[in-house]
Design a protein around this ligand. Structure first.
Ligand code: IMP
Ligand code: MG
Length: 179
């Protein structure tokens, strides 16, 4: 039987993402300056982070880069769901200006946890940069410092975002159209 290809509706085209990354990098450079520690949250932000750090270079930023993997356990719809670190950073954050990068802000639980954790470890500041923001889904007061695009309340894929570990390679962000 021939494989059926799902129809994907594009929300954010690669050229629009590239343009937005350059703007974000300028905003970040103006706010944080050149000497920053970038922490990319795995896995979802790896494509965005890879492009954003090169845009940061164009904006005159000279960052160090580290990675952290976070997992959310428990009922996604309740605020008591806990976040755990499944892969920690190697660098120390003490006294550093940290830029935390993630793919998408939904409940706000992941970023709220990570920001507090890094501040508790002695970071000088922790600013967050999210490629997408699903504002309607927040369960806390968390607000990102830098946002690529506001995202409609749809399950989105591509540009690092997955559905069952597939679709991360898409150069654009879109959603699967159910037929
Ligand atoms: P939250 O803000 O703690 O709810 O976490 C958001 C996380 O859920 C993101 O880092 C993604 O891993 C995942 N996620 C949320 N919405 C989507 C989506 O539309 N597509 C793919 N992953 C998503
Ligand atoms: Mg994630």
């Amino acid at each position: 039987m021939a494989e059926t290809k799902p129809q994907i509706e594009i929300l954010f085209a690669s050229a629009d993402i590239a343009k937005r990354n350059e703007e974000l990098a300028e905003e970040i450079a103006a706010t944080l300056g050149s000497d920053i520690l970038v922490i990319a949250v795995l896995k979802g932000s790896f494509v965005f982070a890879a492009d954003l750090i090169r845009a940061l270079h164009h904006a005159g930023v000279h960052p160090q880069i580290d990675f952290m993997a976070l997992s959310s356990y428990g009922d996604k719809s309740i605020s008591s769901g806990t976040v755990v670190i499944t892969r920690d950073i190697v660098d120390t954050v003490k006294g550093r200006k940290v830029l935390l990068i993630d793919d998408i802000l939904e409940s706000g639980r992941t970023m709220d946890f990570a920001t507090k954790e890094l501040m508790a470890r002695g970071a000088k500041t922790v600013k967050t940069c999210l490629m997408l923001d699903k504002k309607g889904k927040r369960i806390n007061e968390f607000e990102a410092d830098f946002v690529g695009f506001d995202c409609p309340d749809l399950f989105v894929i591509g540009y690092g975002l997955d559905y069952a570990h597939y679709y991360r390679e898409l150069p654009y962000i879109g959603y699967i159209v159910e037929n």
